[in-house]
Design a protein around this ligand. Structure first.
Ligand code: PLP
Length: 376
């Protein structure tokens, strides 16, 4: 008999595909959608998520590291695979071996790729990353023309695309969106005939908020996993069947029910003391499972379709919830830590609020710490 952890992440393939269709529609006809599957698919499984998107027509994927791209290719994923975060010069040959697309932003990248291209007698298209105001990776706009000259001068490589990234596209009214986009457009325009490749700058936030910024391709991450980057549940006027749907749920089971008198301290540090005779359900979930200590005395879970608060500190492998007000809770009952049960729902945004972070981090944390099951 195979034995599984009681802590379980479920991933809905249908919902991944629904969200991909929503984003493709939002991006509009003729605009490619790159599915960002870095972070092991934001915790949803890189290969399984990529396969789900591919099955509904996705042809471009984005990862952070070369090693992820190789894993994707070896798993049989076809289509373009972009490596966002550069590579060691000695690894340049892998882009040819696995037919991957490099994003470049420094001389060592293009020198190494050109050398490998010449050695193999092949050619490769590179995408140039420009820092138009993100303040992260990239080349400054003022250095683009000279860098493109270097690309033109090197054998075996050509400029296939120019990309940039937004720091706050989730915020529709942030001034940076317009200035960064204007800078990006100017960089592309100033190259004139020297640049005939594709342009891409929009992440989920820009795709949803600024249709005029979708260019030739959008790079969608969080939206494909069912979350709006601004932490809302989407525009109020949005049609229900066009809403993004959360893909991940995290469940466990009650392992013991305790009836404790008033005045009982709960868990390490006794940070909670019962103020009435209380029924406490013990869950086999703790910070080792990504259910972090920040959630102590803050989070709620769903049992029998109702909310139950976490009491006391979350331990490495255990936490306690108050079920005094929920009738009929039994050992073995399913507990939803993230997701829906009955008419109630706990979202990654709500959990992120308790942890003072963002949905992205909650999804990576839960998804990449626990065993995942993919459902239709
Ligand atoms: C992660 C990432 C994206 C996707 O961002 P979301 O906000 O998840 O849509 C797009 N572009 C780059 C360069 C990224 O690193």
């Amino acid at each position: 008999m195979t034995v599984c952890s009681r802590n379980r992440i479920s991933i809905s393939r249908n919902r991944l595909q629904h969200n991909f269709a929503c984003i493709r529609k939002q991006a509009g006809p003729g605009v490619e959608v790159m599915a960002m599957v870095k972070g092991d698919g934001y915790g949803h499984g890189m290969v399984d998520s990529a396969n789900a998107f591919a099955a509904v027509g996705c042809r471009v994927f984005g990862v952070a590291e070369l090693a992820e791209a190789v894993t994707l290719r070896q798993a049989g994923v076809t289509g373009a695979i972009f490596v966002m975060l550069g590579f060691e010069p000695a690894e340049a040959v892998s882009f040819f071996d696995y037919d991957l697309t490099p994003v470049v932003s420094q001389q060592q990248d293009i020198l190494a790729l050109s050398q490998a291209a010449r050695r193999l007698g092949r050619e490769i298209g590179v995408h140039l990353k420009v820092d138009c105001g993100m303040g992260r990776l990239g080349l400054l706009p003022a250095d683009v023309s000279e860098f493109v000259e270097s690309i033109e001068a090197l054998p075996g490589i050509k400029l296939a695309g120019i990309m940039a990234h937004f720091p706050e596209a989730d915020n529709r009214s942030a001034a940076s969106n317009q200035t960064i986009f204007a800078t990006y457009e100017r960089v592309c325009r100033d190259l004139g005939d020297r640049f005939k490749g594709i342009r891409h700058i929009a992440n989920s936030g820009a795709t949803l908020n600024f249709p005029e910024m979708t260019c030739d391709m959008v790079r969608a991450g969080i939206a494909l996993y069912g979350y709006y980057p601004d932490g809302t549940t989407g525009p109020d006027d949005g049609k229900d069947d066009e809403k993004l749907l959360p893909v991940m749920s995290f469940t466990t089971r009650v392992i013991q029910i305790r009836d404790l008198p008033a005045g009982s301290g709960i868990s390490y540090g006794h940070t909670y003391t019962t103020d009435r005779p209380s029924r406490i359900a013990v869950l086999p979930t703790g910070y080792e499972d990504g259910y972090l200590r920040d959630l102590s005395n803050r989070a709620e879970v769903l049992i029998r379709g109702q909310r139950a608060p976490i009491r006391g500190r979350v331990c490495m492998n255990l936490c306690m919830v108050d079920v005094t007000d929920i009738a009929g809770v039994e050992t073995g009952d399913e507990v939803v830590l993230l997701g829906q049960q009955g008419g109630e729902r706990i979202t990654a945004d709500e959990i992120a609020g308790w942890m003072q972070t963002i949905s992205y981090e909650v999804l990576c944390l839960f998804g990449n710490t626990n065993s995942r099951v993919h459902t239709e």
